[in-house]
Every structure is written in structure tokens, then in C-alpha cells.
Design a protein around this ligand. Structure first.
Ligand code: AMP
Length: 504
């Protein structure tokens, strides 16, 4: 038995199109996809890879990443996708840490490895562009492999390295059950059918584009339009042929800036989903005004897959990430961990338990123990609250919490108040070392095009709405906020940039 392989890959979807590429109008049927998986599985077997060996992939976005993922699931090999922007020295850490057996990369990376890693214990194969590279050598002579390795639900299917903004990046071990249960739950919650066409402009080295998006497509047998990356022009071209889009909030704010982005353009669409970073309430409202669609916001993380979602039918509440998914338990716990039963609307640490939650960090038993409670709940490190109707609102990461003069301040509350000002596009509030207060609050603001915000007016507005200890001691204007590829604001970079500001 290997249910993950059976349910995602080895199904009778035949001649139906799985992936369509917009740039060259090429498409890949489910049939051909399965043949390529089975041929790749034969190839991996001939290279000597065995069940539970680790295979890392760092190539640009194409269905080949998914083919290798499928072949890994077929043979029980642990699949490790790597961010394509990682440099050689970063990659070196992941390959060593995971004791990787085969690394599929781009030719430039292979060159660096050959030059630098004389002692390496892994093999490299390359994928340059479509069907070019050493990975495909002799592939046409191979017959597809029908053998499928038996796997139990708690066996590890993939290791995803967390982005690791503090300390070492950790390898989150995801089991077959984690991946399958989340794909089943999400496809049902969001009403996916084989008639859907999912517009896919996300990277596929991250859980969002890889597991959320493609596992749902695979389990329902629907089609995906694959874009190399997000580009408003391409997305606008693809929208009339699509029914669902998944994105990070920046996708939606960028689309809203385009004149061609209208209600007419999205006539065939039934759903827009957002996640990976907070979607501003204003974006939610503006999107509804322009398109008539309410964006459905959901929340999850690499370690837990998806945790909550706004409902498909029913109230999609702007500013919240919705309700716990079926079979997923969410609770809010006091910061010191002593009170497991906070009341509605009380802010605390978000904890989660369910079939979606990972098995632990690869070769880090101590770290794993620290992040789980004795009763099996995983401590997400996000802060938030549940309201009377169990809708979850995130107020920021635990590490972004500011303690100023001994008082806790949640950046989100200040950011939301700042963002109410018409002339402001967005903001980020951080705390940095302050000689009197421990931490002093700084607000970094981005003005809308051609606007000029008056700082004293802004402070006046904040004073009307917030207690005095929450008022930023400095307001800094910038042209944009630093973001990673998933649209998350990199507050650690801002804290670094302004760490001496109160010391001058
Ligand atoms: P990653 O492991 O890269 O997927 O990052 C997970 C983190 O992204 C979570 O712990 C949250 O801090 C953040 N995140 C994901 N979805 C949302 C959302 N809808 N709103 C706010 N933050 C989110």
C-alpha cells in the first residue's frame, strides 16, 4: 500500500490535461505525466536510490519538479525541494544536513559543486531547461517502472527546510498522512472538481505552490495553468481561462493596480485564495469592489500544512484567517504557556494539533521537543486570538512582539491603525533596542504614489486610537518594504537596518 501515490499520481485521469504552459502553449496530459513519473522512478532505481534515501531538487519551475516528486513518492524516497535563489554555500548546508544521495540542479550549480565539494557523498544530475540536462540522458531507453514501494501513513514523504530567519534552517519532516489529509480536506473545503482550472503563479519549492496548490490539483484531477512566476500581464492573459487562483497578498495588490483587471476579466473565476502573509482588510474590500469576489484567506505554515480557512459558503471575514479546518484543533495559549484556556478575543500563542502537523525536525530531536507540548500540540510561534465564533485573527509572530517599558505591544494593531490613513499604502511596525524602554517602537510607512503624509497628523491619528505606550517613537518613510519570495515582510531586515536608531 502507498495511498499517497495511489491518490495523487496513479489514478485513471487519462488524456486530460494536467499542466498547460502559457508561454509556449504546450500542455502535459495526466497520462504522460504518470509515464514520466514511472520512467523517472526506473532511472532513480538504476542510480541506486532506495526507499528513505534523500533526493534534493533545485531547478527552475516546471513539471519536472513534480515528476521527480511523484517518482520519489513511488519509491519511498524523501523529496527535498530547495529555493532556487539559494547560493552554493546555502545549498551545501541542506545537502550535508539531509545526507542527500542525489541532487538534481541547474548546470551552473553543478559546476560550483564540482569545483568546491571534492569530498561530496552525493551524485548530481542536471535539468537545464525543457528535457535538457544529464537527468534525461538515456531516459528514452528506459521502460516505465510499475513497482510501487509500500508506505505507511506515518512514513516521511518530504523534508521542507524552513526559511530560517533566526538560527539554522530546520528540515520539517512531512509524512504521507500530513500531505494526503491536507489535500483531501482543502479540496473539499474549497469545492475543487476536475472541471477546475487552477492558475498557478507561485514558486514550487514552498509548501504553498507545491503542496497546497499541486496536491489539490492532483487529487481532484483538475488542470493547472503554470506560469514561471507572477507577472501581472501574464496573469491577466490567463484569468479568462481559469476558475481558481491561489496567491500571496502581493499578487492581489499588484493586480488591483492594473486597468485591465476588471469584473469582466474574471467572469469565469469562482474563487481567489490568499495565504502565506497577511492580507490587508483594505485589499479584501477593494478586491470585492473591483471584481465582486471576496478573497478567501487561509493560514498555514511549512510545519503544519494548512490550519484554518475562511469558509467557502458563509462569511469570509476580512482580516481573519477563518476557522480551523476539519480534524484540525486550534487553541490559544498564554505567552508563558500556563493558561491553555484563554477566553475569546484574548491574544496568545496559536497552537495546533491534527493529521496535518509534521513529524518533527530532521535530526533535531531537542528542537522538536521544545516546539511541541506534552499533549501533542505544536507551538506555531504565531500570536493571535479566536473570536466568539472561532474565527482566528493573527496579530504577528511571537518574535515580532514588542515589549516596551514592560508592556506588550502587538505590531498588527498599530499597523492596522496606520493603514486606515488614506495616503498610506502599507506599514510595518518593529521594536528595536531603546536605552529607557527596553524596546522602542518604530513605524516604517510606505506612502501611496504621489502622496505625502504629514508625520504629526499621523501621530495625532494614532493618539486618538491607541494608548500612549503604543505610539511609535519614530516614523520612517521608505519606498517599499523588504519581502521574501512568498510576500512576507522581512521584519528582521528592518530591525537590522534600524537597530542603532535610538542610540545615536
Ligand atoms: P511558511 O512556513 O513559510 O509557510 O510561513 C508560515 C508563516 O506564514 C506562518 O507561521 C504565519 O506567520 C505566516 N502566514 C501564513 N499564512 C498567513 C496569513 N493568511 N496571514 C498572516 N500570516 C500568515
Amino acid at each position: 500500500m502507498n495511498i499517497l501515490f495511489d491518490r495523487l499520481f496513479d489514478t485513471q485521469k487519462n488524456k486530460k490535461v494536467f499542466i498547460k504552459y502559457l508561454e509556449n502553449k504546450e500542455s502535459l496530459t495526466y497520462d504522460r505525466f504518470l509515464q514520466e513519473i514511472k520512467t523517472s522512478a526506473r532511472y532513480l532505481q538504476e542510480l541506486g536510490l532506495k526507499c528513505e534515501d534523500r533526493l534534493a531538487v533545485q531547478i527552475s519551475k516546471s513539471h519536472h519538479v513534480l515528476t521527480i516528486y511523484g517518482a520519489c513518492v513511488q519509491l519511498g524516497i524523501i523529496f527535498i525541494p530547495l529555493n532556487t535563489s539559494y547560493t552554493h554555500s546555502e545549498v551545501d548546508y541542506f545537502l550535508t544536513d539531509s545526507q542527500c544521495k542525489l541532487f538534481v540542479c541547474q548546470p551552473e550549480m553543478e559546476k560550483e559543486i564540482i569545483q568546491n565539494d571534492k569530498e561530496r557523498k552525493f551524485t548530481t544530475k542536471t535539468i537545464a531547461s525543457d528535457y535538457e540536462g544529464s537527468f534525461f540522458e538515456n531516459m528514452e531507453k528506459l521502460t516505465p517502472l510499475d513497482f510501487v514501494e509500500k508506505r505507511r501513513e506515518n512514513d516521511i514523504g518530504a523534508i521542507l527546510y524552513t526559511s530560517g530567519t533566526t538560527g539554522r534552517s530546520k528540515g520539517a519532516m512531512l509524512t504521507h498522512k500530513n500531505l494526503l489529509s491536507n489535500a483531501e480536506t482543502l479540496s473539499k473545503s474549497w469545492r475543487f472538481t476536475e472541471e477546475d482550472v487552477l492558475l498557478h503563479a507561485l514558486p514550487i519549492y514552498h509548501t504553498h505552490g507545491l503542496f497546497v496548490a499541486t496536491n489539490i490539483a492532483l487529487i481532484t484531477g483538475c488542470q493547472m495553468i503554470f506560469l514561471k512566476n507572477f507577472n501581472s500581464e501574464e496573469v491577466i492573459k490567463a484569468l479568462p481561462d481559469s476558475t481558481v487562483m491561489m496567491g500571496v497578498p502581493t499578487f492581489y495588490t499588484r493586480l488591483l493596480k492594473e486597468k485591465q483587471f476588471t469584473k469582466n476579466l474574471v467572469g469565469e473565476m469562482r474563487l481567489f485564495i490568499s495565504g502565506s502573509a497577511p492580507l490587508l482588510s483594505e485589499t479584501h474590500q477593494e478586491f470585492e469592489r473591483v471584481t465582486g469576489h471576496q478573497i478567501l484567506e487561509r493560514y498555514g505554515m511549512t510545519e503544519t500544512n494548512m490550519i484554518t480557512s475562511n469558509p467557502y459558503d458563509g462569511d469570509r471575514r476580512a482580516g481573519t484567517v477563518g476557522l480551523a479546518l476539519s480534524e484540525v484543533n486550534v487553541r490559544i495559549v498564554s505567552l508563558d504557556g500556563n493558561n491553555l484556556f484563554l477566553k475569546p478575543n484574548e491574544i496568545g500563542v496559536i497552537e495546533v494539533k491534527g493529521p496535518n502537523v509534521f513529524a518533527g525536525y530532521w535530526q533535531m530531536p531537542e528542537k522538536t521537543k521544545e516546539e511541541f507540548r506534552n499533549d501533542g500540540f505544536f507551538i506555531t510561534g504565531d500570536m493571535g486570538y479566536l473570536d466568539e465564533n472561532n474565527y482566528l485573527t493573527i496579530v504577528g509572530r511571537n518574535k515580532d512582539l514588542i515589549i516596551t517599558g514592560g508592556l506588550n505591544v502587538y505590531p498588527k494593531e498599530i499597523e492596522s491603525t496606520i493603514d486606515q490613513i488614506q495616503e498610506i499604502e502599507e506599514s510595518a511596525v518593529i521594536g528595536v533596542e531603546h536605552p529607557d524602554f527596553g524596546e522602542g517602537i518604530i513605524a516604517v510607512i510606505i506612502e501611496k504614489k504621489d502622496e505625502n503624509v504629514n508625520n504629526s497628523e499621523l501621530i495625532k491619528h494614532l493618539k486618538l486610537n491607541l494608548a500612549s505606550f503604543k505610539i511609535p517613537k519614530k516614523i520612517i518613510k521608505k519606498n517599499n518594504l523588504p519581502r521574501n519570495s512568498m510576500g512576507k515582510v522581512q521584519k528582521n531586515l528592518l530591525r537590522d537596518e534600524f537597530k542603532y536608531i535610538f542610540k545615536r
